[in-house]
Design a protein around this ligand. Sequence first.
Ligand code: CP
Ligand code: NVA
Length: 301
Amino acid sequence: MRHFLTVADLTGDEFRAILKRGSEFRAQFERGETEALFPRKTLAMIFEKSSTRTRVSFEAGMAQLGGHAMYLSPNDTQLGRGEPLEDTARVLSQMVDMVMVRTYSHDDLLRFCDAATVPVINGLTDLYHPCQLLADMQTYFDHRGDIQGKTVAWIGDGNNVCNSFANTAKLLDFQLRIATPVGYKPNEAVLENAGSNISLMQSPDEAVEGADLVVTDVWSSMGQESEANKRTVAFGDYCVTTERMALAKDDALFMHCLPAHRGEEVQSEVIDGDQSVVWDEAGNRLHAQKALMEFLFLQQS
Ligand code: CP
Ligand code: NVA
C-alpha cells in the first residue's frame, strides 16, 4: 500500500507516469467521456482548512471514476469534539477505501497515516501541498513538454507550495530559483534535500531573469491571518508585475495555485494575461488527482 504525503513519495518515473495519465483523463473529459474505473470505491475527505479546488476536484474525480467522496469537517464530525486522530484513522479505514486529509500540522497527518490502513493523500498541510504540484507539472508538460533542465522562478513566501516545488525540482531535475524576503525561506530540511536543484536569493528580478516558468502564491497562507499586516510590508517588493514577467523568457508561463490576491502577489495584467495558465492549472487538479487515485488503487491490487 502506498500513500501520497509528499512529492518525494513518488519516483520521477512514477510522477511522470501519473502526469501522462492525467493528460489522458483530461482528453477523455474534454471529449465528454468518463470511465467508471473504480465503481463503489469511497474516499473520505477531512478538511480542517477551507478549500474550493481540492474539495471539488477530489469529489468530482471520484464521481467520474464511479466512486463516491464524502466531505468531513471538524465542525460536524467527532474530530472537532476531541476524538483522537488515530481513532478517526482506524475507524475511517474500516469503512472507506482511501482518505484525503487537509490539516495544519504535517505531524498530525503523519500520525493519521500511521494509524490508517488505507492509502492517505495529503490535501495540504502547513509544510507541503503535493497534489498542487501534480497539477502544476501536468500543466507545464501539456504546454511545453518535459520540465527537466528548465528554470523555474518562485517569487514570495517559502511556504507549503514552495516546499513542494523544491521537492519536485529534485525529482524531475529542474532548476528552482526561490526569491523570498529575509526570514521567509522555505523549510531547511527540504532545501538541503533538494541540494543543487535550488538557488536561494532575495531579488525577485534575479530569480525571474530568463526563467521558463514564474510562480507565486499568497503572502499569508491559511493559519497566518494574524501575521497579514507584517507580511504585506515584508513582501511589498515581491509582486509579479508585467515588468518583472518581461525579464523571463518570451514564452515563459505564469502559474499560481489560487486563490489569488490581485494587486498583492500578482498584478491582474499578469494573472489575467496571455502567459498565465492558471485556469488550466486549476482544471488539472481534477485530472492529475484522478491519475493519482488510480495509481494508489492499482498499487494495492
Ligand atoms: N489550490 C488549492 O489547493 O485551492 P483550494 O484551497 O481551493 O483547495
Ligand atoms: N499557501 C496557500 C495555498 C492555498 C491553496 C495556503 O496554504 O493557504
